[in-house]
Structures are given as structure tokens and as C-alpha cells.
Write a protein that binds this ligand. Sequence first.
Ligand SMILES: C[S@@+](CC[C@H](N)C(=O)[O-])C[C@H]1O[C@@H](n2cnc3c(N)ncnc32)[C@H](O)[C@@H]1O
Length: 196
Amino acid sequence: MSPIFVPTDYFRVHELSEIFEDPTKPLEIDLGSGDGDFLVEMAARFPERNFLGVERLIGRIDKTAKRIETRGVTNARVLRLESLYTIEWLLPAHCASRLHLLCPDPWPKKKHEDRRLVNKADFLNAVQRVLIPEGEFLLKTDDAPYFANALESLGKRTDFHQLDWSEDAFFYARTGFEDQWLNLGKVIHRARWRIK
Ligand SMILES: C[S@@+](CC[C@H](N)C(=O)[O-])C[C@H]1O[C@@H](n2cnc3c(N)ncnc32)[C@H](O)[C@@H]1O
């Protein structure tokens, strides 16, 4: 099975049996998966789960695919597609146990704030759609205004319940961008919500 998942038809829902060798494993989705550092490390660490990376840049898809092959993990694949479209239309409802949004593009200019995924009602509705009951949405960012914005936006939703997330709560691989920001001495903010 190729590490890159290419849908046979972009206008229909794809069952997990079309994507993973063993579709019964709990699924985790990494939106904007970049070069795949997090995806591949998590897949190697948790062979009993499946991991799908979603990324729009072809160069990053290719790097991720090479990493999946080099590491020899069979429970990770990557899809070249837009994040919102993927969880709104391409994947079946209630298919994922965790959804990760790690170091998303911060869109720092005031006039671009509505481009932030966490500000879009459609995005938060799609997170609800794709997660199983009590599934989790996990966010990390180095951008303090983005983080405050996310807390405010999700805080207004009665269907998301924020959980504690201490650094040592569970194994959670670092991402490529997170490593870069930490090397520059930046702080990484994190938050985790369970859907109701
Ligand atoms: C700042 S990078 C972070 C990458 C990775 N999560 C990490 O932490 O190393 C953001 C990534 O999200 C991708 N991206 C941004 N918006 C996207 C969208 N709407 N759909 C798919 N990928 C997107 C970008 O191409 C980029 O690779």
C-alpha cells in the first residue's frame, strides 16, 4: 500500500477500509501535517492506532511518504487535500478518536483572522462531525494571539469541553515546527477539548 492515499473520487465519502490495512484501529487525523515528523513518530509509537496526515503542499507530502517508508510503519498514510474539505466531506462521520491541529498557520494580520481554522464555524462543526462521541481535538501553537483566539472561539461552543493537558500527561511527539520554535526559545501553547 502506498504511503500516499489518493482518493478514487474526490466527491464521495471514503470508508476507512479504503484507506488502511486494518480499518478497525482507532483513527487519529493530523491536519496540516507538514513534513510528517509528528505523524510518523506517533505511528511508530502506537502501532495499534491508525494515523492520517492531511497536507496541501506536494513537497511536504513527498517528505512524509519517504519518512513513512523509511520507518516501515504501515499504520500511517498521508493525503494531499485541504483540511476542512477532508473532514467535512471526504471522511465518514464519527470515524476519528483524535484530531490534531499542530502549529497551524497563524494568519497574524487582523484582516486575515477569519482565515484561521479555529474561527470558522464550519471547521468546528466538521471537527464535531468527524470525531466519535467523546473524541478529542488537540491544538498546539507558538502564536499567543492565535492561542487566545482559539480558547475564546471554542469557549463559546457548548459542544466542546476543555480538558487539562499537562506536558507529561501522555506521550505526544513533537512536530517539526515545534522543534524549530523551541530552538528559538519560543513558548508552545497547548489545549485539548473533548466533544460532547
Ligand atoms: C506551520 S506548518 C506546521 C506543520 C506541522 N503541523 C508541524 O507542526 O511541523 C502548517 C502546515 O499546514 C499546511 N496547511 C495550511 N493550511 C492548510 C489547509 N487548509 N489544508 C491542508 N494543509 C494546510 C501548510 O501547508 C503547512 O504544511
